[in-house]
Design a protein around this ligand. Structure first.
Ligand code: HEM
Length: 221
């Protein structure tokens, strides 16, 4: 009980929990990206990958629950820490730009909440299939056809690309600062960890955006 209190109620503990849950979510994003890129290998490989995931059964549900737990905790702590920071300093700094370093770091809560909204839409779109009536006529298990049908709308594709931009800003700062929060920030590592955020952010933006853009350009059909 005491450990839980320390973790949730001290801002250092809360930041550590944010770092660990953030790492778990980043791991999922990279795994999801590598699976999704199989779309460029054709319908058969992509659908086989999706079917393979489904066949994991109980294991898939354990992973989903772990992911959901990490996500809920990450968002809860982000909102709590932001509210605490704001009430500790109700008057904004006169020269905020000089005190808070980069664009990405200043807007973590905004890009984070945009991601929460994106994930809600994304689940309604491809997991529950509530938003696009054309999915109902697709053959069962043809995830490839569903993704192509989904991204043939420029508005939907444009929304995904914008969301990926928000995600990459979020990861740019998040991934670089996770090492500092977890105390893994040492002299020789600094230049490497500072670059890791922008590298992961670029891979995520280019990788995910390439899918809706390739569908719109007719390169994947
Ligand atoms: C071009 C970008 C993306 C594509 C094409 C895509 C594709 C998909 C598809 C097809 C599914 C449903 C799979 C199925 O029901 O068999 C799915 C589920 C999901 N996606 Fe994405 N996704 C993209 C980006 C993202 C991003 C950026 C995130 C998170 C930040 C994300 C998080 C999820 C989650 C949490 C699920 C539910 C997983 C599950 O039910 O086990 N996706 N995605």
């Amino acid at each position: 009980m005491k450990l839980c209190d320390r973790l949730f109620n001290s801002s250092v503990g809360a930041k550590m929990l944010m770092a660990v849950t953030g790492l778990m979510l980043t791991g999922f994003v990279l795994a999801h990206l590598s699976g999704n890129l199989l779309i460029f290998a054709g319908a058969e490989k992509f659908n086989a990958y999706a079917a393979g995931l489904k066949s994991l059964g109980a294991l898939l549900w354990v992973a989903r629950l772990g992911l959901l737990g990490a996500f809920v905790l990450h968002v809860y702590l982000a909102v709590k820490l932001t509210a605490e920071n704001r009430s500790a300093r109700p008057v904004k700094y006169a020269h905020e730009a000089t005190i808070q370093a980069s664009f990405a770091s200043r807007y973590m809560i905004h890009t984070g909440l945009m991601m929460a909204a994106f994930i809600a839409f994304h689940l309604a779109h491809y997991t529950f299939r509530w938003t696009d009536p054309s999915f109902a006529s697709l053959p069962e298990g043809d995830i490839y056809a569903m993704v192509i049908a989904g991204f043939s709308s420029p508005a939907v594709s444009g929304f995904y690309v914008l969301a990926m931009l928000a995600l990459s800003f979020h990861l740019c700062h998040g991934v670089s600062s996770v090492f500092q929060t977890l105390g893994l920030y040492h002299g020789n590592l600094n230049p490497m960890t500072e670059k890791l955020g922008p590298i992961v952010a670029t891979i995520v933006f280019v990788g995910f955006s390439s899918i809706p853009l390739a569908v719109l350009a007719g390169l994947v059909k």
